[in-house]
Design a protein around this ligand. Structure first.
Ligand code: PLP
Length: 424
């Protein structure tokens, strides 16, 4: 099926009891066993079924199958937020004393997780000088266990060369983990270019209405964990936390998600609520249509800003003079994302005045909503970074980030115009 159809139908077989056409919300914590033997078989993973909603839930399972299908992956695990997804995705391939290598253009809280939280748990994150594949490869050593990037950096708007990064990661026997939140699988499917694991904040374009936090980890099922057992013993050696289970034996190519679920989701519990899974499914039904309009409106706004004498610069990968234009053509068929940054003549003070003057476009820290949103990263999402780190992440003091929504373009531009006028 095409992505538009997958977004509406995949992963749900009509409930045989009720024939409900919409995905039912299974608001339950636990599931009855037929007998003691049935319960034991479920816990032994000898039979399929549900036990307890911290591990799996039928509503959430539909969302997991749907996003896995949208991304062209094998399996998925939904969790409570995008941050939980990134944390689990990395923890699942690391242990004390190893490292991962990442591009520097990251969402602020991911940067905090990488620079300050994971290192205290014994996992070092080496942040490269740039997103250039050579800069990444330079940092990979025998202790490296993954390469990480955002396919489109938030807010930098850089586009990572997924194919080259995957080739480099694989040459060193490690997986490539891609945060595909800003791009969405409607614009880009990293697995088609060699990525092994894709994570999302479903909170953004996928849910699309700014109502529901959620995250997902999608596994391609293609990384040869067994072949690299020296680096990833957790998949091919008996797991003492699950009575000696060997994930690659029991789950074969689905070992990654199975371990993520039974080790991290089960024991640390960043669970997505069934109602949230339902709301995210509602959003995903229209993601293809919405993204199309986001992209169209984004281009019109970028062109308006570029042509406006009150604006100093616009960072938008859809312009031919963008350093990312070639990658935008290759990976996005020139449909650049609706997330962009720009600077106003007059620097920080002018940016502040512009921001305060917005009427329709909301001042907040979110992106990918049907509504147009604006954010001042230096004082909010990227505040924890040093000035130097901010610059590497694509943030300067005057940078305003826009996430262009799906309102009528005339109304979006009218608001930008009046705010630019008021800030002079
Ligand atoms: C690219 C990216 N990844 C991950 C996250 C974290 O997602 P959540 O807020 O769902 O934890 C965000 C949030 O803005 C993001 O922009």
């Amino acid at each position: 099926m095409k992505r538009e159809t997958i977004a509406i139908h995949s992963g749900y077989d009509v409930d045989p009891t009720t024939k409900s056409a919409a995905v039912p919300i299974y608001q339950t914590v636990a599931y009855e066993f037929d007998s003691a033997d049935h319960g034991a078989a479920l816990f032994n993973l000898e039979t399929e079924g549900y036990r307890y909603s911290r591990i799996s839930n039928p509503t959430t399972a539909v969302l997991e199958r749907r996003v896995a299908a949208l991304e062209g992956g094998l399996e998925a695990l939904c969790v409570a937020s995008g941050q939980a997804a990134i944390n689990y995705a990395v923890l699942n391939v690391t242990e004390l004393g190893v490292n991962i290598v990442s591009v520097p253009q990251l969402y602020g809280t991911t940067h905090t997780l990488f620079a300050h939280v994971l290192p205290r748990q014994g996992v070092t994150v080496k942040l490269a000088e740039s997103d250039h594949p050579e800069a990444i490869e330079k940092l990979i050593d025998e202790k490296t266990r993954a390469v990480f990037c955002e396919s489109v950096g938030n807010p930098a708007g850089n586009i990572c060369d997924i194919e080259s990064l995957a080739r480099i990661a694989h040459a060193h026997g490690v997986p490539l983990i891609v945060d595909n939140t800003v791009a969405t699988p409607i614009l880009l499917r990293p697995i088609e270019y060699g990525a092994d694991v894709v994570v999302h904040s479903l909170t953004k374009f996928m849910g699309g209405h700014g109502t529901t936090l959620g995250g997902v980890i999608v596994d391609s099922g293609r990384f040869p964990w067994k072949q690299h057992a020296g680096k990833f013993p957790m998949f091919s050696q008996p797991d003492p936390s699950y009575h000696g289970l060997v994930y690659t034996e029991h789950f074969k190519e689905a070992a990654y998600i199975a371990r993520c679920r039974s080790v991290y989701q089960r024991t640390t519990g960043a669970v997505l609520a069934p109602l949230s899974a339902f709301l995210l499914l509602q959003g995903i039904e229209t993601v293809a249509l919405r993204v199309e309009r986001h992209v169209e409106n984004g281009r019109k706004v970028a062109e308006f800003l570029r042509d406006d004498p009150r604006v100093a610069w616009v960072n938008y990968a859809g312009f031919p003079d963008s350093p990312y234009h070639a990658l935008s053509q290759k990976y996005f068929d020139d449909r650049a994302c609706s997330l962009m940054t720009f600077g106003i003549k007059g620097g920080f003070e002018a940016a502040k005045n512009f921001y305060d003057a917005l009427k329709l476009i909301k001042r907040l820290v979110n992106l990918g909503d049907a509504k147009s949103l604006s954010c001042h990263p230096a004082s909010t999402t990227h505040r924890q970074m040093s000035a130097e780190e901010q610059i590497k992440a694509g943030v300067s003091p005057e940078t305003v980030r826009l996430s262009i929504g799906i309102e009528h373009i005339d109304d979006i531009i009218a608001d930008l115009d009046q705010a630019l006028e008021r800030c002079r």
